[in-house]
Write a protein that binds this ligand. Structure first.
Ligand SMILES: Cc1cc2nc3c(=O)[nH]c(=O)nc-3n(C[C@H](O)[C@H](O)[C@H](O)COP(=O)(O)O)c2cc1C
Length: 172
């Protein structure tokens, strides 16, 4: 059984709706399970045992949410193995595995997307899809007003399907 780990945080429900849509699409392959874990409790072991990773975060102050950053703080070095007898060399335990990112924003979202990509570059995972940025209808930076557009949620659902079917076929 292949596993997709979705690490998420949502304060006002936007990113949560994106994760629900992703999970919905991810049910399309029987040989793949999608496990959603709150960023506050997701662990390095869970990441190491996953075949793919999806991060879902709001954009706060042009960056990922604090609890998602704290997830990376806790797990980043735990996912790098020391490869030299005297230390100092490291290799990523998750290198080459596929990942993507879901961002919920008031008006922008690019800062959150870039901040996640910059950290995951250090693990040398493969971004197999540019990800989805959903901006709240009528939203603005700092505002939690407005709903999400149907086509953004549909993009999350399609991404879940693409990940699940791609893993099931060995194509990701
Ligand atoms: C403290 C705070 C900072 C925010 N900063 C930004 C921002 O820099 N850019 C932006 O587009 N939206 C910003 N927003 C809006 C949120 O990204 C938006 O409300 C999003 O839907 C939150 O996701 P959530 O509903 O999953 O919590 C901010 C919201 C809060 C509460």
């Amino acid at each position: 059984m292949k596993k997709i780990l979705v690490v998420h945080h949502s304060a006002s429900g936007g990113a949560r709706a994106m994760v629900s849509a992703f999970l919905d699409g991810g049910r399309s392959a029987e040989s793949v399970i999608v496990v959603a874990r709150s960023a506050g409790v997701a662990s390095a072991n869970e990441l190491q045992s996953a075949d793919a990773l999806v991060i879902a975060t709001p954009e706060n102050f042009g960056y990922m949410a604090g609890s998602v950053k704290e997830f990376f703080d806790r797990t980043f070095y735990a996912c790098l193995a020391d490869t030299t007898p005297l230390g100092g060399g490291s290799a990523s335990m998750v290198a080459g595995r596929p990942y993507s990112v879901l961002v919920c924003a008031g008006s922008d979202g690019s800062g959150a997307m870039q901040s996640v990509d910059r950290i995951i570059t250090g693990w040398r995972m493969r971004k197999v899809h540019p990800g989805v940025i959903a901006r709240r209808i009528g939203g603005e930076a700092g505002s939690s007003r407005g709903g999400l557009r149907d086509h953004d949620l549909e993009a999350c659902r399609e991404l879940g399907q693409m990940f699940a079917e791609g893993l099931a076929m060995g194509a990701l």
